[in-house]
Ligand binder design. Structure first.
Ligand code: ADP
Ligand code: ZN
Length: 684
């Protein structure tokens, strides 16, 4: 496919040569229809095929699955894949079968007979891959079964579940350390998209893989555009973001609390955007139905808590939006990483404001956990705040956080690169805020929150100002040069920089040790100007997107870089794909990914052989769908310019199976809303 000049979706492509992995390369071409390995894939696969253990860190969408699927195909025996989310196993297996891979799964959703069939296939050596939930591997009966068959490799997916950051699956994952003892000759490969060194070490240690080779892929996701906007009226901001840039696209909106999940989903639906809620408070049936719709339909929005997303490998998620501040950069990166697995342009968008900072700080202070836990949570939050407040390239900051060298000139695809924020000398403003806090705290023993501080600075005689005689303070009305929104921005940045702190359950503002140096004029306080106009990917992307933006509904990222005359063909293929998916009861991407359809219309193959050269078209898919695809293309050619009737979005059927997953923080019902910020006047 490399020679077709079609789509360059892969960040890094290595030339594949050498006899040792020729079998692996053949499988890549024949089964998956891809031209070359990506990044570390080749090295990982070679190592595991040769029988070595591996710990693989790759970002979401980096291509982890091939790292164990190909060794499972190449080595004798069955690859055993440990995967925590049984709800997604059916789809994973369906996708593999569509490629002609002999795959099966065993979990509690099956009845006795179904399980017996899979067991028999495994024992007869008729399975390339067998998916199991981790708790199954704790059962003697399962271990017994496995020892009666031949195992090619153990793959432990989502391996960060062993780490101590509160995973439901942790006990089951810890038990996996016995695999190495029981099957010393079977290679093990542990995979995760969590990149921190601590998690990495814990995986190695807990899974007892001391001799494993470690592979760390680049964590860059160049097709994702990172943007963090000041929060004013978040639901409205979200709505215009979706309308202007992602009309008709599938995406995920993350909120902190179940309540705001419900409210946001309802708000979007009321405003004509099809959206469903997902959180651990919904009953299992509803969750299952919503997840299944998200996977199967084109263009559904899921509004969710962090309970949603792990293991969901829908390739065409076009945006991930955060309405509340995530608690850590790791969490943020995992969540945003669910966008754009197919390599096509996607957006990670977040609205962030003062209340986010105050509430997160409060949560840490009032939350359970010992001092060490609190310190760690505070460090995680600080890193997240630094990312939000940076005037530098966001991608650069993310990569540096994960220990990788960023591009010194910036990425060109984040908001700070696209419209570099202005900074200003906020020393005097900082002093005004801090002096006000000092007056209240030191002179009167009073503590107040941000609202009161801003009212005092602006000289507003509110009820609460009069009640406490705050209009008698010397600082009353000394801040009229800035607007309310700007003052909130100053306070937010002081909190982020540790020059101000939050205390107690009411979120009162107090000084820190570092505040003194500002009050004594010993240090300057550079601040970031609040941008007046947000960046949009339309103003951001190159001429290709600008060209297609002329068409009304063509803002969809999936067609963003497709020449306009090819869009009808792309849509016709999508409609054809939807029909196939419906007939077979599988998600559309199991038939072909968007990226493959794009390449098909770009290459416009005239023969089955030519179609086989397109990325993502392997032997089995060529045999199953080749004629159908050529027929769709042929009918378009016959009637040039005539748009097919079937281009309207076709919804696909719902399938079975679902369940919640938690990655990271436990979900709580009582988390406060963070969307009641007074709208700053500059956000019109
Ligand atoms: P991960 O599990 O790391 O999130 P996946 O294994 O789901 O990533 O792969 C992400 C996407 O990239 C999938 O759509 C997959 O088909 C595609 N992909 C993986 N490896 C290659 C490759 N070598 N060439 C082309 N596409 C690839
Ligand atoms: Zn950048």
């Amino acid at each position: 496919m490399g020679a077709t000049g079609g789509i360059s979706e892969m960040p890094r492509v290595t030339e594949s040569a050498g006899a040792a992995d020729s079998e692996a390369l053949a499988a890549l071409h024949r089964v998956f229809g891809y031209g070359a390995f990506r990044g570390e894939q080749e090295a990982v696969i070679e190592h595991v095929v040769a029988g070595g253990d591996a710990v693989v860190l790759m970002p979401t969408g980096g291509g982890k699955s091939l790292c164990y699927q190909i060794p499972s195909l190449v080595r004798p025996g069955t690859g055993i894949v440990v995967s925590p989310l049984i709800a997604l196993m059916q789809d994973q297996v369906d996708a593999l079968r569509a490629l002609g891979v002999r795959a099966g799964f065993m979990n509690s959703t099956q009845d006795f007979d179904e399980r017996r069939v899979v067991e028999a296939e495994f024992l007869a050596g008729e399975l390339d891959l067998l998916y199991l939930a981790p708790e199954r591997l704790r059962l003697d009966s399962t271990l017994d079964l496995l020892s009666r068959g031949k195992i090619a490799v153990f793959a432990i997916d989502e391996a960060h579940c062993v780490s101590q950051w509160g995973h439901d699956f942790r006990p089951d994952y810890l038990a996996l350390s016995l695999l190495g003892e029981r099957w010393p000759d079977v290679p093990r490969i542990a995979l995760t998209a969590t990149a921190t060194r601590a998690t990495h070490q814990e995986i190695t240690q807990r899974l007892n893989m001391p001799t494993a080779r470690h592979f760390v892929a680049s964590f860059d996701r160049p097709n994702i555009q990172y943007r963090i906007v000041p929060k004013a009226d978040p639901k409205k901001q979200l709505l215009s973001f979706l309308r202007e840039e992602h009309a008709g696209d599938a995406g995920i909106v993350y909120c902190l609390s179940r309540k705001s999940v419900e409210a946001t989903a309802e708000f979007l639906s009321r405003n004509g955007i099809e959206a469903v809620p997902y959180h651990a408070g919904l009953d299992a049936g509803t969750r299952a139905a919503h997840q299944s719709r998200f996977l199967r339909e084109d263009g559904l929005v899921v509004v969710a808590t962090i309970a949603f997303g792990m293991g969901i490998d829908k390739p065409d998620v076009r945006f991930v939006a955060h309405l509340d501040l995530p608690k850590s950069v790791e969490g943020y990166y995992q969540e945003t990483g669910r966008a754009g697995r197919d390599g096509l342009p996607s957006t990670a968008w977040m609205a962030y404001g003062l209340n986010d900072v105050i509430q997160q700080r409060k949560l840490i202070q009032s939350g359970e956990g010992d001092e060490a836990f609190r310190r760690r949570a505070a460090a995680h939050l600080d890193a997240m705040l630094a990312l939000c407040e940076t005037a530098q390239c966001r991608r650069g900051q993310l990569l540096a956080y994960f220990g990788q060298d960023p591009d010194p000139v910036g990425c060109g695809n984040c908001d700070t690169c696209l419209t570099p924020p202005e900074t200003w000398d906020g020393t005097v403003a900082a002093q005004k805020v801090l002096s006000t806090v000092v007056r209240l705290q030191r002179e009167r023993g009073q503590k107040f929150g941000a609202v009161q501080i801003v009212d005092i600075l602006l000289g507003r005689r509110t009820g609460k100002v009069i009640q406490f005689d705050h209009d008698q303070l010397s600082v009353f009305g000394i801040g009229e040069e800035l607007s309310e929104g700007e003052w909130r921005g100053v306070i937010r940045q002081l909190l982020a920089q540790g020059l101000l702190a939050v205390e107690g359950e009411y979120g009162t503002l107090v000084l820190t040790e570092a505040s003194g140096s500002v009050l004594r004029r010993e240090r300057e306080v550079p601040l970031r100007k609040e941008p007046k106009k947000p960046v949009t990917s339309r103003s951001a992307s190159g001429s290709g997107a600008a060209g297609s933006a002329r068409g009304e509904r063509k803002a969809k990222a999936a067609v963003a870089e497709l020449p306009e005359e090819l869009v009808p063909a792309f849509e016709a293929l999508r409609a054809w794909r939807a029909e196939q998916a419906r007939e077979q009861g599988v998600p559309a991407y199991v038939i072909f990914h968007d990226a493959t359809l794009r390449e098909i219309v770009t290459v416009w193959p005239e023969s089955v052989r030519e179609l086989g050269g397109v990325g993502g078209v392997g032997e089995k898919k060529l045999a199953t769908y080749g004629a159908g695809v050529l027929q769709v293309l042929g009918s378009l050619r016959e009637a040039p310019g005539a748009e097919s009737e079937s281009t309207a979005a076709v919804s696909e059927p719902e399938g079975a199976g679902s369940g919640p997953g938690t990655d990271g923080w436990p979900e709580r019902d009582d988390w406060p809303e963070t969307d009641e910020e007074p709208a700053p006047d500059e956000w019109a």
